[in-house]
Ligand binder design. Structure first.
Ligand code: DON
Length: 324
């Protein structure tokens, strides 16, 4: 149970807590690496890193936090922010809802009445969101996206062509969803144009340290705490964090909100980011997934971090502290 003392833990104790967590969960081998995108199956399943970046730019990390992997669904959070900047909240709401589905991330469903995809964190909603990214032509749109990732991370990023090609060749389910949305006018362009951009955003290479900086940027009102660059207009941060909170962990989102209590997003390659507003960004990378597509070790580590540091948004000790 968290108390005021836990909340005030000195930095060195946070580093040793991360090291303890890493030791504790390293032997855990439950779950399986995603293989429906064939290239993803090549990852070392034992990879495991944890990184925390505070809004003051302090970094705590353990494991190989420089190991690169594709960002996958975690990209959806940031592309949603770019779409909000491109079109504003009201228009985006007409194209993509904000309701959790309670279904798997790749469910082929749209809202019965509005025909909108339910939210931007599931595949259907993410594809519709990506199709809204502005730019004259595929190259400019991709470059705008890559530049957006650069602002959050603080370095240039690139797309892993083999993962992109692998998903493009095998992504029939996403293609089916895109067709459905084209049919209902929720996508206004040839589906392959939208899907290519979506598959490219999912194949952007990041490491655990990068993800923690990205999460910390959201915790810091959209300003990258390392470079001080504004990565996203601060007015949209609450929209992004709200959908992360209610939809970011798919059909585990309710239990996550109950137990961990902070906005988060997982990706099929094994990453999880979590955002503690005004405090820190957390990232875990471990590729073995549970049945809902969330990293097994990642969920465990975040549960323990939240409990130990009193991070749950409705934690009384935290609420008392913020009133002082
Ligand atoms: O569209 C897909 O299926 C993948 N590119 C991304 C899915 C994903 O990361 C879901 N996350 N748990």
């Amino acid at each position: 149970m968290a108390n005021q003392e836990d909340l005030a833990k000195p930095p060195s104790s946070l580093q040793s807590f991360l090291e303890d967590l890493h030791c504790k969960y390293k032997p855990l081998q439950n779950g399986a690496v995603a293989n429906y995108i064939p290239e993803l199956a090549k990852v070392d399943p034992d990879s495991f890193s944890i990184c925390i970046v505070t809004v003051d730019g302090e970094v705590y990390e353990v494991g190989d936090s420089q190991q690169l992997f594709t960002i996958q669904s975690i990209s959806k959070v940031f592309v949603y922010g770019l779409a909000l900047e491109d079109h504003g909240r009201d228009y985006i709401l007409t194209r993509v809802g904000v309701e959790p589905t309670g279904d798997a991330f790749n469910a082929i469903i749209l809202d019965e009445q509005s025909k909108r995809p339910y939210n931007p964190m599931v595949n259907a909603g993410a594809i519709a969101t990506t199709s809204l990214i502005k730019g004259s032509g595929a190259t400019e749109r991709l470059n705008r996206m890559l530049d957006m990732f650069r602002r959050y991370i603080g370095r240039d990023v690139f797309v892993d062509i083999s993962v992109f090609t692998s998903e493009r060749t095998t992504g029939h389910r996403n293609r089916a969803m895109a067709h459905l949305m084209l049919n209902f006018g929720m996508i206004d362009e040839p589906i392959d144009t939208a899907l290519d951009l979506y598959f490219q955003q999912c194949a952007v290479m990041v490491n655990c340290h990068d993800l923690a900086v990205m999460a910390a940027t959201l915790a810091n009102k959209g300003v990258n705490p390392m470079t001080k660059e504004q990565a996203v207009n601060s007015r949209y941060v609450k929209d992004i964090l709200s959908v992360m909170y209610t939809c970011g962990m798919y059909n585990f989102a309710g239990e996550w909100a109950y137990k961990v209590g902070i906005p988060a997003k997982s990706g099929i390659s094994g990453g999880i980011i979590a955002v503690v507003p005004d405090k820190m960004g957390i990232a875990v990378f471990s590729p073995r997934l549970d049945a809902r597509g969330n990293s097994v070790r990642g969920v465990k580590v975040c549960e323990e971090l939240s409990q130990h540091l009193g991070l749950h948004l409705f934690e009384c000790a935290r609420l008392v502290k913020s009133q002082e």
